[in-house]
Design a protein around this ligand. Sequence first.
Ligand code: NAG
Length: 172
Amino acid sequence: MRLINRLIAALSQITGCIATELSEKCCATLVDAGAVDILLKQIPQLNRGIPDQEVLKQVLYTLQNIARFPNVRPVLANNPQLVNTIFQELLRNKTDMFFIACEILKKLCESEEGRGFAGALGHHIRRLASMVRGLEKKVELDKRNGHTEARKEDNLRRLGEAAALYHLLTDK
Ligand SMILES: *[C@@H]1O[C@H](CO)[C@@H](O)[C@H](O)[C@H]1NC(C)=O
């Protein structure tokens, strides 16, 4: 438990550092220090409990920040295991993780290297397509039924993100 709290604190600090104007340099330093593999190794060790899921969120935020910079992005896009792991988190469909994972993958698709990985992800892309179809149905139903605005907005936003990623992965 204490270790996990320290890990959360360390990752928050990294995220904080990344958010400053030194962010690109900070990301490059982290990547040079092997942070991507260290973060990647953490993911399968995390359980479904709340503290572990908080660590997972911080790990994904850190990767999302790294993915923002075109100069360091290839380190992520060229790592098939990483792309696969992030995609699995997206398909697991937990609110925060879904949006962060989607953002990371969209960024990676924008890179030169990103053009290469879609071919190896057929199975995931098919599941993403079925997720998009499911969300389209939900959004249709939401229009007719009197669901709360928050719920309608959540489904619409999910659909927008999932569909955008699907197009990036298949339009090439
Ligand atoms: C993903 O989660 C959202 C919100 O909980 C839900 O509406 C949607 O049906 C889920 N999709 C899948 C494929 O599980």
